[in-house]
Each structure stands twice: as C-alpha cells, then as structure tokens.
Ligand binder design. Structure first.
Ligand code: NAP
Length: 248
C-alpha cells in the first residue's frame, strides 16, 4: 500500500471541498499536513483537530493565497514549523460565473488572482525550500474547463488554462533540481462548489460523462497521492484529467 509517512504536504484551500477531502486522504496515508483557508475559521479549526486525531502532524493557517506577501510569510511559517515542504498542492479556487457581457472587472480580477496568481505566489515561495532540498512535487488543481473553455466561465477557464501553461513552464525550469510540477484537471466533482448548480444543470453534465457519475474528492485525492509519491518520479509537466472520461 502507498504510504506518505515521510512527506510534508502544504495544501491551499482545505477547509472544505476537494482540498479537505484530499488533505484527509493524504493524512490517512501518513503525511504531515499544513493547510490554508480564507474565511472558514471554525471549519478549519475542527478539521485541524480531526487531522491531529489521526496521529499525524497537522496545522491550519488562515492566509489569502491571492496575496503575494501573505503567501511568502505563510510558506516561511510552514517550513519553520514542519522543517520542510515536500509537496505543494495549489488547490484554492473560486468561481464568479457570468457571461462576458455582464462580467465586471472585479469578477475577472478576483478569479484570476485567487486561482492563478495564487499558484505563482505559493510556488515562488515554496520552490525556494524545494530547491535547497533538491526535491519536490508541485501539484496544481486546474479544471477540464481550462482545456475546453465554458460559456459563462471566461474568467474561470482563463485562470485554469493559465495554470496549465504555468505548470509546464515550472516543470521545465525546475526539473534539473529534481522538482516536478504537474496539474490535475478534475471534471465534475461533487462538492459545495457544485452544490450551487441547479439539478437540471447537474443532470446534463452527468449525461456527458462516460462513467455516468460525478467524481468524488477521493477520486482527486488518489491522483494527488500518486503525484506526491515516488510512484510518479518520472512524470512532470503533465495535466492528468480526473473526469470520468468527460474530456479526452
Ligand atoms: P470549494 O468547496 O468552494 O472550496 C474552496 C476552498 O478554497 C475553501 O477551503 C476556501 O476557504 C479556499 N479559498 C478560497 N479562496 C481562497 C484564498 N484566497 N486563499 C486561500 N484559500 C482560499 O471548492 P472546491 O470545489 O473544493 O474546488 C477546489 C479546487 O478544485 C478549485 O481550484 C476548483 O477550481 C477546482 N475544481 C473543482 C471542481 C469541482 O467540480 N468541484 C472541478 C474542477 C476543478 P474558505 O472555506 O475559508 O472560503
């Protein structure tokens, strides 16, 4: 069985949704977990206690991934507390969906800053420690929408497509330091983010999925565990679609 006993994993946006499911799964595989959130203080405190009860080291940090200076401070704090950062999972993300005609500059900026600039902020800060260690795995949670585009999500799709280009560039820049960088593109994963969609929209999405179901956070977590481990030692610069075959 895969174990991540010796890994320290920093994951952004893990107070709920995919990030929470991934963090819990990695903790059960033995990893030490540092996680961030934006506003959900109570949820994050409860989650930190849940993780520590598993007997691993875990700590939650309230930190805005869209803020460059805050990300640098956070990463330094995590490195000091945990001693190292083996894996960075850039997961924090938001949607502000609307058609281009109605999209405000603020809706564009908020999504690009939270989803894309955050990956730059966190990767720049964490790669410093990974370069010293000559080892690391960076995992960017993008979306199939970043590959296909989607009406009503120009801001979100642009941010997620940007993450894919960023992933490939970082893989090329940092490969010689034994730092890998890959992206995971989930399809329709059932979380609070997708709960906001109405039932008809959900049913239409599921019809287009060859495996005929929405994904779970565990489906994504399995891929994160693989990319965190030595099983993926020769894989970098790739985008893995975890989407039940929705996008091929
Ligand atoms: P979610 O349930 O809405 O959770 C978002 C998480 O990100 C929360 O923990 C939130 O913290 C945190 N967050 C938001 N803004 C942040 C910021 N500025 N700094 C730090 N943390 C921040 O979302 P999800 O559905 O799990 O999605 C997670 C990722 O997967 C996103 O990048 C999303 O684009 C991607 N994705 C999701 C799906 C899907 O079907 N759900 C499909 C493809 C890709 P608070 O609780 O404090 O707000």
């Amino acid at each position: 069985m895969l174990t991540l006993n010796d890994k320290t994993i920093l994951i952004t946006g893990a107070s709920r949704g995919i990030g929470k499911g991934v963090a819990l799964y990695l903790a059960k595989l033995g990893a030490s977990i540092a996680f961030t959130y934006a506003n959900s203080v109570e949820k994050a405190n409860a989650f930190e206690a849940e993780l520590n009860a598993l007997g691993i080291k875990a700590k939650g940090y309230q930190s805005d991934a869209a803020n460059f200076a805050a990300s640098e401070i956070l990463v330094d704090e995590v490195a000091k507390e945990f001693g190292k950062i083996d894996v960075l999972v850039n997961n924090a993300g938001i949607t502000r969906d609307t058609l281009l005609m109605r999209m405000s500059e603020a809706q564009w900026d908020e999504v690009l800053d939270t989803n894309l600039k955050s990956a730059f902020n966190m990767t720049k800060a964490a790669s410093k420690y990974m370069m010293k260690a000559r080892s690391g795995s960076i995992i960017n949670i993008t979306s199939v929408v970043g590959i296909t585009g989607n009406a009503g999500q120009a801001n979100y799709a642009a941010s997620k497509a940007g993450m894919i280009g960023f992933t490939k560039s970082i893989a090329k820049e940092l490969g010689s330091r034994n730092i890998r960088c890959n992206a995971i593109a989930p399809g329709f994963i059932e979380t609070e983010m997708t709960d906001a969609l109405n039932e008809d929209v959900k049913a239409e999405w599921i019809k287009t999925i060859p495996l005929k179901r929405g994904g779970s956070t565990v489906d994504v977590a399995n891929c994160v565990a693989f990319l965190s481990s030595e099983l993926s030692a020769y894989i970098t610069g790739q985008t893995i679609n975890v989407c039940g075959g929705m996008v091929m």
